[in-house]
Write a protein that binds this ligand. Structure first.
Ligand code: PMV
Length: 331
């Protein structure tokens, strides 16, 4: 019997500064527009994959739990890897996040980036970073961006097979003195996942076309703002883009309302900080947590203020960080 093939990879979450909300192809998980993100140095997934001919089925352990619902997406991804690269063995996957389980923080970006990289290393596929990004995209669109250190741009691509829909480098982590303060407002899981939410928006929102056009313009503005190391402009564009996405979500039928009372209180708190002259801008994904962008110098003061907002359970401070990497490979 052949020796098991094993590798461990780590990847961090990334926060979209210009977001993607809408797909041009569901099967290949191709985004309708590009997106721009910053990879963090916190909110990390560490994933070990072992392909083992001795296993009679795949085994998935996520944060120490065997949860069939969460494992289903991982199993679909494993089948894709086996189908694409002609692999026969079943696999054991052990993945842990460095943030509290069920903290209501999405782990699909860090999780699928770490999983794609661990599969590549375990099987010795020798995929390029672009190819890894394409592969991880099949698990989760945002995972395609977690291979890039610092600031990344995800291309929507033109090819029907999605080979040009991957992330590229925009700027290194040191480009801006940025901190991302992640304010946790609830620990419950989100109501409607992003794939279903996007499908509903595409089908029913009268604003969907305008959202895509505005996002394409935001991509050009954001790229320039990052290149010019203009944190104020980066924050301003990111907040506007987030609000346009949530406006589009709210115009979906049924309405996608991802905010709770603390989410709204945080948005007001950030605007109040700005009125006092502190540079702080919010961005929110398909959930109730608020990510606040600010200068590293102001981060401690702003973090303390956010922690006082009623309904806030914790505030995690993160900086731009490295891309996904392998930490152990070999049987
Ligand atoms: O990659 P997914 O399927 O989790 O979708 C990401 C959707 C947003 O977080 C709302 C936006 C983004 O670009 O990350």
């Amino acid at each position: 019997m052949s020796t098991p093939r094993q590798a461990t990879a780590v990847a961090a979450s990334n926060i979209a500064l210009v977001k993607y909300w809408g797909k041009r192809d569901l099967e290949l998980n191709l985004p309708a527009t590009g997106s721009i993100s910053v990879t963090l140095d916190k909110l990390i997934s560490r994933t070990t994959v072992t392909f083992d001919a001795g296993l009679d089925g795949d085994k998935v352990l996520l944060n120490g739990e065997q949860d069939p619902t969460k494992a289903a997406r991982v199993l679909r991804f494993l089948d894709l890897v086996r189908r694409t690269y002609g692999v026969q063995e079943r696999a054991r996957i052990v993945s842990v996040n460095d943030f509290p389980t069920g903290a209501g923080l999405a782990s699909s970006a860090s999780g699928f980036a770490a999983l794609a990289l661990a599969c590549d290393a375990a099987l010795g596929l020798g995929l390029s970073r672009d190819e890894l990004s394409v592969l991880a995209r099949r698990g989760s669109g945002s995972a395609a961006r977690s291979f890039i250190a610092g600031f990344a741009e995800m291309h929507a691509g033109d090819e029907a097979d999605g080979t040009d829909a991957h992330a590229i480098d925009l700027a290194p982590p040191t480009q801006l003195p940025l901190r991302v303060l992640v304010a946790i407002t609830t620990r419950s899981e989100k109501a409607i996942g992003s794939t279903e939410g996007m499908r509903l928006t595409e089908a029913t929102s009268p604003f969907y076309g305008a959202w895509l056009d505005a996002t394409r313009a935001d991509l050009d503005r954001m790229r320039a703002a990052i290149k010019n190391s203009d944190l104020e402009l980066v924050g301003t564009i990111a907040e506007g883009n987030c609000l346009r996405m949530h406006g589009t979500m709210l115009s979906t039928e049924p309405a996608l309302l991802y905010w709770n009372a603390a989410t709204v209180a945080l948005m007001h708190a950030v605007r109040a900080l700005r009125a006092e002259g502190l540079g702080a801008w919010f961005t929110i994904d398909a959930g109730p947590q608020v990510k606040v962008l600010c200068d590293a110098h102001d981060a401690a003061a702003i973090q303390a203020r956010l922690a006082e907002v009623p309904g806030v359970e914790a505030v995690i401070s993160a900086a731009p960080g490295p891309g996904a990497h392998v930490i152990e490979a070999g049987a």
